[in-house]
Design a protein around this ligand. Structure first.
Ligand code: AHM
Ligand code: MG
Length: 338
């Protein structure tokens, strides 16, 4: 029989492997899991209640904000604030980070030692048409000493993440996380209201047969990018080409499929968006930690995403992520273009 475990028990068991751990990271991850459960409920009800449509606001990326985005953002923010483990929250929906006081100032030690970044509802343009969407999160340890978090706490390299994950609201709700010891997936059992372990220690296939890219941008791509995609389409039985094309347009959903089946997801820089579209802190870093923990690779075309020194909260980056051999070959094509 498969090992039966809930997400909370799994998180605690993982943290116990570190004798110096205080249990705070477990509590924090449990809060995030609870928020994802509540967002999942709301996403499932979206077609039933009058929640769809625009709020009329635009977020700082200049995009329309839908009601579910607002709900997910507020829920996660409040959950993080109340938990007491966080000194700063950074959300894709907020222009600035939210600094948070140490809730237990009487204590001799600092309790708000973590920073959480999240994209509350990624792929939100898909809400109205029942396509999978998701929540992405990542956790860092503070670098400042005490008090509310500062910008230097929020702008750390992806390599400094202590945990990362996402929830995908699809045919079922699945939460995938890593705290630096492998990647584990949990499926929400709606009757029990619990995330149950469904896939432990996920490993992404080293080489794949799937590519995910918005090919409508073809004319804006570099030659290296065009040549790589042309190569994937060329028939060659020995190396498993042509590849299949799969693009949902919801990063979490495209990433999740590629993580399980193998694949390469590409969002390059192009002549219009010279830094690409996706956000380093909210999307690229957490998924890169996960893919590396699963044995895959993630790069901006020439260097590891996790090594990029961030300079702004909403900084964008080209992203090539997935099966190791496929990303290595892509990097080769891009370098030959220079
Ligand atoms: P969002 O965070 O505003 O939802 O935007 C990010 C989304 C990703 O989920 C997805 O991979 C990408 O945008 C799709 O972009 P495009 O429509 O340009 O292909
Ligand atoms: Mg997003």
């Amino acid at each position: 029989m498969k090992k039966f475990n809930t997400i909370y028990r799994h998180i605690v068991e993982e943290e116990r492997k570190f004798p110096e751990a205080t249990g705070q990271l477990s509590d924090l991850l449990a809060d995030i899991a609870l928020a994802c459960k509540m967002i999942s409920l709301e996403v499932n009800r979206a077609g039933l209640i009058d929640i769809l449509g625009m709020t009329g606001d635009t977020n700082i990326q200049g995009e329309e904000v839908k009601k579910l985005d607002v709900y997910a953002n507020e829920l996660l923010t409040n959950m993080m604030k109340q938990g007491g483990h966080i000194c700063a929250i950074c959300s894709e929906e907020e222009e600035n980070f939210i600094p948070i006081e140490d809730k237990y100032t009487d204590n001799k030690y600092v309790t708000n030692k973590y920073i959480c970044h999240f994209d509350p509802l990624d792929g939100s343009s898909n809400i109205d048409v029942n396509v999978s969407i998701g929540t992405i999160f990542s956790v860092y340890k503070r670098v400042s000493d005490h008090g509310p978090g500062e910008m230097m706490d929020c702008l750390q390299k992806g390599d400094a993440q202590v945990a990362a994950g996402y929830a995908i609201y699809g045919s079922s709700t699945v939460l995938v996380y890593t705290s630096g010891r492998g990647v584990h997936a949990f499926t929400l059992d709606p009757t029990a209201g619990e995330f149950l372990l469904s896939n432990e220690n996920i490993k992404i296939p080293k080489k794949s047969k799937i590519y995910s890219v918005n090919e409508g941008n073809y004319n804006k791509w570099s030659n290296g990018m065009k040549n790589y995609i042309a190569h994937l389409k060329e028939p060659d039985e020995d190396s498993g080409r042509p590849f299949s094309s799969r693009y949902i347009g919801s990063l979490v959903a495209d990433f999740h499929r590629n993580l399980l089946y193998g694949g390469i997801f590409l969002y390059p820089a192009d002549s219009k968006n010279q830094s690409g579209k996706l956000r380093l802190m909210y999307e690229a870093n957490p998924l890169s930690m996960i893919v590396e923990q699963a044995g895959g690779r993630s790069s901006d075309g020439s260097k590891r995403i996790l090594e990029i020194e961030p300079t702004a909260l909403h900084q964008r980056t080209p992203l090539f992520i997935g099966s190791e051999d496929d990303v290595i070959l892509l990097e080769k094509y891009l370098s030959e273009d220079k």
